[in-house]
Write a protein of this length. Structure first.
Length: 388
């Protein structure tokens, strides 16, 4: 049970720095039994691994010492149902005092800011859970009574207030700790099994915030990359939904692209803000793409001076083929980028690409106006946009 919950809860953990150092956990367990052991599990990206154990002395004290290179999540536990999540960094000395049957709510904890922040959140979460439990007990008391419908309406309203307050608290908690690994924990907190406090649909901004912060701080760590892929999938799904349902008037902002240009320097899609942009995905090996290129040349000639730009992303297999395609089709006047990775390109999952040519027309704020405009349809739409 505990492993299942934690592996789902912490879908991403991260590391920083590269110094070897020790962590120490020194504590006192109240209400322990003779000969009892505490266990230390390390939370990996796909598993929980017991890395150490310590006997609790007759006076309740215990100690763990471990050499670590990176900040890491650990689980201090007596068994699978009684545990405390720790976030420990090299050089930290955690001191803790707790009752044996409630490790998750220690009496005292010092020496580990990350662990203390998680404990702060746990206390706030428990407050909401106690309130919701009280509402449930009121519901049970009124089962079978004539007042049940009225009581239910009141209880639902009060429950909604509790959950809204916890959602606001969680958002604020993430904002306050955006550069800490604890923000990852907050993304996946549950008020009850299967009842998440934040949802990707309603709280996508916060998933994006944490993803951006973690990728900036820990871009090479596999679990952070996993989180990034998850968030990229969310963005791609929302892009598809926005366009397919015809709701692109209040368009979803196109995900950032930052890839090498033809000269090797990184070019960002966001550098085109202030212009109407055709974001076009193509490749020199793609016949339909090459057939469409003359229409792009025509559109660029007609509207570039009015504020139109083309940001063309290639899925080519080699730089030589990519450059030759640009030259042969006369495409050199606008922006070109590519990581030369064919269908393994970073943009494929980011934009949910299943075929090329594929394109998105973006407004001056980078939001999607339309998708897959071709030939006269592209020219007609551009005429309408620039006549407004």
């Amino acid at each position: 049970m505990i492993k299942k919950v934690l592996l789902f809860l912490f879908t991403a953990v991260a590391f920083a720095g590269c110094k070897n150092n020790n962590i120490e956990i020194i504590g006192k367990l109240k209400g322990h039994t003779e000969g009892e052991y505490l266990y230390l599990d390390e939370l990996k990206s796909t598993d929980l691994i017991t890395v150490d154990s310590a006997a609790v002395s007759s006076d309740g004290t215990f100690r763990f010492s471990r050499t670590v290179k990176f900040p890491s999540f650990y689980l201090l536990k007596t068994d699978e149902t009684n545990f405390l999540m720790l976030l420990l960094e090299p050089g930290q000395k955690l001191q803790i005092s707790a009752y044996r049957d409630s490790l998750n709510f220690p009496e005292m904890i010092t020496g580990s800011p990350g662990t203390m922040l998680m404990n702060e959140y746990n206390i706030r979460l428990q407050k909401t859970q106690i309130s919701l439990q009280s509402l449930y007990e009121t519901y049970i008391e009124n089962l079978g009574t004539e007042r049940l419908d009225t009581v239910m309406e009141e209880l639902e309203n009060r429950a909604r207030v509790c959950l809204d307050e916890l959602n606001s608290y969680t958002r604020d908690y993430i904002d306050r700790n955006l550069n800490s690994l604890v923000s990852l924990v907050a993304l996946y907190q549950q008020v009850a099994p299967g009842e998440y406090i934040l949802s990707p649909e309603k709280d996508l901004t916060y998933f994006l915030k944490v993803d951006s912060a973690m990728m900036r701080l820990y871009p090479a760590y596999e679990p952070v990359i996993s989180l990034h892929e998850q968030v990229s999938g969310l963005k791609s799904a929302m892009i598809t939904q926005q366009v397919d349902t015809g709701t692109s008037g209040e368009g979803f902002e196109a995900p950032e692209i930052a890839l090498p240009g033809t000269d090797g320097d990184t070019v960002r899609l966001s550098s085109t803000r202030g212009k109407i942009v055709l974001l076009d995905f193509w490749a020199s090996w793609c016949g339909p793409c090459r057939k469409e290129n003359p229409n792009l040349v025509k559109a660029y000639g007609l509207y570039h001076d009015k504020g139109f730009e083309i940001f063309q992303v290639s899925l080519d297999k080699s730089k030589e083929a990519w450059m030759k395609g640009i030259s042969d089709d006369g495409l050199g006047k606008w922006i070109h980028v590519s990581d030369i990775k064919y269908w393994q390109s970073a943009v494929v999952p980011l934009y949910n690409l299943e075929k090329i040519p594929s394109s998105f027309l973006l407004d001056r704020k980078g939001k999607i106006i339309a998708r897959d405009l071709r030939g006269d349809e592209l020219l007609k739409t551009l005429s309408e946009v620039f006549s407004e």
